[in-house]
Design a protein around this ligand. Sequence first.
Ligand code: 13P
Ligand code: 13P
Ligand code: MG
Ligand code: MG
Length: 386
Amino acid sequence: MKATITHIKADIGSLPGHTTVYGPVVEAVRKYVKEKGESLLSDFHISYVGDDIQITMVHNKGVDCPEIHELAWNAFKSGTDLARKVGLYGAGQDLLKDSFSGNIKGMGPGIAEMEITPRKSEPFIVYMMDKTEPGAFNYPIFKMFADPYNTPGLVIDSNMHDGFIFEIWDIVEAKRIFLSAPEHMYDILGMIGSKGRYVIKRVHTKPNHEKLPDENVAVITTDKLSFIAGEYVGKDDPAGIVRIQSGLPASGEAMEAFSHPYLVSGWMRGSFNGPLMPVAMKDAKMTRFDGPPRVVGLGFVLKDGKLAGPVDMFDDPAFDGARRTAVKVVDYLRRMGPFEPHRVPEEDMEYTTLPRVLEKYKGQFEAVPDIQKKKKEVKLSTKDVD
Ligand code: 13P
Ligand code: 13P
Ligand code: MG
Ligand code: MG
């Protein structure tokens, strides 16, 4: 019997700025899902990171089920009513459409869901990030499912030895490709290193996987708010579900992928790069320069449609080192102020308000007569050096 895990998240208002959620609004969302989801869901869990409320749902209706999507949409709507009443900042921020139209995709909230064949024990971790973008999952997901230095199971567990299939989406061209690791590892890296464009959407097992053939084992939200709204309206803070153990990365291998606070985009006004800091729920609020970007991990097991857990996975002093490094990197980067590469490159600023600020100078630029010539000179002198 199949089961579906659907994770839908949205920022529907925060306080005092984009710092964190407001308890009563989280409760309003929980109450709505509990009451209206009674006949639809076998279980659910509500959580948050930073200013994003996260709904994890379990049911047997498959992916893209309109009733499930609508339940989450309406739960966020009901939370938004309260957020407006108390004057939360950015109330309803991620609800970009007026009414629900069958599928929550393209309406603002982020969605990650997978239909699975549950194992005897079905452990999984939900990772939730704030102040970053979907491509922030590229690095850790690659490490979990393709890097033997992170995941020795790829080397020493015969069930993992053949590797995994990565489903990569080009979110600019709206196209996707399936590539296998380890065979196409370097090509995968060639793409996903460009994390603003190529994002890992899913990981699948190969057809010859002994315990779990042809299964979806990881899924990430890939919704880009700015592509929907046409301008910057808040970040596409992502979430992902990763199944673990018995022929998949062990819990600790999945967690280890976050032990280095790698740089991600999407901090402060969606316009800055910063380290991704792994934190416990108690630290899931964004105060310094609206960050730094953070990730929370909640561990569950699923049995007969019911969830046990969660375990607050980064609530562990073993991640203190990663957190300290992250703070050091923050201190270092912040001294750069508005300069790249702390600020994201110009092309990524096109959806922000910067073009509006610089608009007035558009007609004032004059041609520089010998700029072409200079380029040629550079080329020649390089040749000379050769
Ligand atoms: P399983 O293969 O049973 O998942 O065990 C591996 C493991 O957890 C070792 O850390
Ligand atoms: P959120 O996308 O988390 O709302 O953050 C917006 C922002 O610009 C913070 O500086
Ligand atoms: Mg916000
Ligand atoms: Mg957010």
